[in-house]
Every structure is written in structure tokens, then in C-alpha cells.
Design a protein around this ligand. Structure first.
Ligand SMILES: Cc1cc2nc3c(=O)[nH]c(=O)nc-3n(C[C@H](O)[C@H](O)[C@H](O)COP(=O)(O)OP(=O)(O)OC[C@H]3O[C@@H](n4cnc5c(N)ncnc54)[C@H](O)[C@@H]3O)c2cc1C
Length: 302
């Protein structure tokens, strides 16, 4: 089949957009591999299979047309509209078009990427600087490790009374003895001459606010997923996820979904599960489009 991948950002998803420098330890066949390199291999593999891929193009609308779908996308740089026709659509929008959740505190707006990031910290920027990481899930824990390894002086702030990431990530942060404040919420960012100078936070029950001098703030408190568009396309959702059956079919015939955006019992948000679901969705799309009398393994492996 002919395949077009349309991505609102960089083709490669979170691997390149959120944690390009990070080693991935759970991709089969590699003891570890740097995320951006893994994405590069995947993209190159798809290119060799003649999959067409475009970045910076956000899908805004999918409508039914002549038994298939009309897909409308907009170039996020030029604003130009692009129209694509498809017999089947696979929605793999992950955490959405990366609209990270913000702190919504005074001082936050207008700080450059070298002072405030919502991704993993840039290692060169973190080196030798006072780094505050906000968030105690896997993203925050991995950001703290990365900034610490790069030579940053790291402090973590977590709004809950504990970390919520994987045990291995919590263990590493403990081994690194990274200082942390639980039950603590950021209230304000102090600027001096337009540059970030300190983070002011309040710990539950503490008589006075905490003030941490800071040159580089890393905020990893999740992404605000907006599924309004997906709902407009008629797809059934559950919370902030798309509901799929075991063949990765959504509630709309001809539309499939896979990866972080889907939900089903036992779902894990991992690269390997996303890839496995992608294979299932692709085969289900094949069956939908070609309608083979019988789907044999030989047919799939040609
Ligand atoms: C810090 C961090 C570390 C992680 N480490 C690991 C790890 O070590 N091992 C592991 O297995 N997993 C890890 N994960 C999880 C893993 O990255 C995800 O499970 C995986 O990326 C999900 O892939 P996906 O294709 O579903 O979504 P994504 O990677 O989020 O890709 C979705 C793509 O869709 C695009 N998009 C969104 N909306 C639109 C639209 N309207 N039109 C066009 N394009 C759109 C986005 O731009 C994006 O490129 C980590 C996640 C984070 C945040």
C-alpha cells in the first residue's frame, strides 16, 4: 500500500522532540541506544520502504469521502493547507502535538529555551548551572538524572508526597542523592534583568515559601492533551484517550489508532507496545483496504 506519515512536529515523535539525548534501555536488540539515533534508524527504515513522511504539518480535519477519507492538514510554519485522500487512517498522535502543561505562574512567559524548558534538559546548558526540575514522574526523574550527569546542581520539586515514576528511575535519583522537596508547588519565578534568577515555591504546611536560586528550570508536569479534533472526527474517546478494540480499530470504520493515545485494558505507554500496536493497526488497515478473502502470513511477509 502507499503510505503517507503526516506529523505536526518532527517525524520521530517524543524520541526526537522530548528526549533526543536520552539513552533508551528497553528497545530489543540494543543494550541501550540514544533516543534520537533510534528514531533515525526507524525513519530511515521506513524511507527505504518508500514510506512518504512530512513534518511540520498538523492534521486538523478528517472527513468521510467516497468510501474513504479526506484529510486536511496545515503547514505549521507557512500556514498553507494540504489535502490528502486515504482509504484508511491510522491515528498515532501520542501525547498530542506536544502542548506541555505549564506552571501558569508569574514570570513564566517569555523565558527562552536556555532558561526554561518543558522537555528534557539540554546537557550542555545544564552543565555547571543550578537546575530545578519540577515534576516527579518518569520524565522529571530522567531529566534530573540527565542534568546531574551533565554536571548541573539539581533540585527536584514535586507536588505530591512521593515520586510516581518507575522504581529504577527513583533508585537512580536516590543513588545520585539529588535533593528534593515533596508536597511543594511552584508559586512564582523571580527574574533579574529579564533572566531567571530564582524559583519560589510553597511546601504544604511550611510557614514560609521556599526560594531556590536557579539558572535553568525544567518543567516536566505532563502534556495537556486536547482531543476536541478527534471527537469532531466522530471517534469515541475515554478520558484523554482513544478507545480501540484488539485490532486497533476505533469506533469509526476505516480509522485505526495506536501508541500513547490509545486505551485498552493492560495498555502500557512504551515504545515497544506502541510499535506492536502499530503493526496490528497497519495489518488491520490492510485488511480494511484490500479486503483479502483470507489473510495469510505469506501475504503479510511478501
Ligand atoms: C522523557 C520520556 C522518556 C521516555 N523514555 C522511554 C523509554 O526509555 N522507553 C520506552 O519504551 N518509552 C519511553 N517513553 C515513552 C515513549 O516515548 C512513548 O510511549 C512513545 O513515544 C509513544 O509513541 P507514539 O507514536 O504513540 O507517540 P509520540 O512519540 O508522541 O508521537 C506522536 C506524534 O504525533 C504528532 N501529532 C500529534 N498531533 C498531531 C496532529 N494533529 N497532526 C499531525 N501530527 C500530530 C506529534 O507531533 C508526534 O510527533 C518516554 C517518554 C518520555 C516523555
Amino acid at each position: 500500500m502507499s503510505v503517507l506519515v503526516v506529523d505536526a512536529g518532527r517525524v520521530g515523535g517524543q524520541l526526537v522532540s522530548l528526549y533526543g539525548d536520552k539513552p533508551v534501555h528497553d528497545w530489543p536488540g540494543y543494550h541501550h541506544i540514544i533516543a534520537a539515533d533510534l528514531a533515525g534508524h526507524l525513519v530511515e527504515h521506513a524511507r527505504l520502504l518508500e514510506v512518504e513522511m512530512v513534518g511540520n504539518r498538523k492534521v486538523l480535519d478528517v472527513t468521510r469521502r467516497d468510501g474513504g477519507f479526506a484529510v486536511m492538514a496545515r503547514d505549521v510554519v507557512t500556514g498553507e493547507e494540504h489535502h490528502h485522500e486515504a482509504n484508511a487512517v491510522i491515528i498515532a498522535i501520542g501525547g498530542g502535538a506536544f502542548e506541555p502543561r505549564r506552571l501558569k505562574v508569574p514570570g513564566e512567559a517569555g523565558l527562552g529555551e536556555d532558561q526554561l524548558t518543558y522537555r528534557m534538559p539540554d546537557r550542555a546548558t545544564a552543565a555547571g548551572r543550578r537546575v530545578v526540575v519540577v515534576g516527579g514522574g518518569d520524565s522529571g526523574l530522567e531529566s534530573a538524572q540527565s542534568a546531574h550527569e551533565a554536571g548541573g546542581r539539581v533540585t527536584m520539586l514535586q507536588v505530591l508526597d512521593r515520586f510516581t515514576g518507575m522504581e529504577t528511575n527513583i533508585d537512580k535519583v536516590n543513588q545520585m542523592e539529588i535533593p528534593r522537596h515533596f508536597n511543594t508547588r511552584v508559586k512564582e519565578l523571580e527574574l533579574q534583568d529579564g533572566r531567571l534568577h530564582a524559583v519560589v515555591a510553597q511546601t504544604k504546611g511550611a510557614p514560609s515559601p521556599l526560594r531556590l536560586e536557579c539558572d535553568y528550570l525544567v518543567v516536566n508536569i505532563g502534556a495537556a492533551v486536547n482531543l476536541d479534533a478527534v471527537k469532531r472526527w466522530g471517534i469515541e474517546t475515554e478520558g484523554n484517550q482513544i478507545k480501540v478494540d484488539p485490532s486497533m480499530r476505533t469506533s469509526v470504520e476505516g480509522m485505526f489508532s495506536c501508541g500513547d493515545i490509545v486505551t485498552y485494558e493492560g495498555k502500557y505507554k512504551l515504545l515497544i507496545t506502541a510499535s506492536s500496536e502499530g503493526a496490528v493497526a497497519a495489518n488491520a488497515a490492510y485488511v480494511h483496504v484490500r479486503k483479502p478473502a483470507r489473510l495469510t502470513m505469506g501475504e503479510l511477509y511478501t
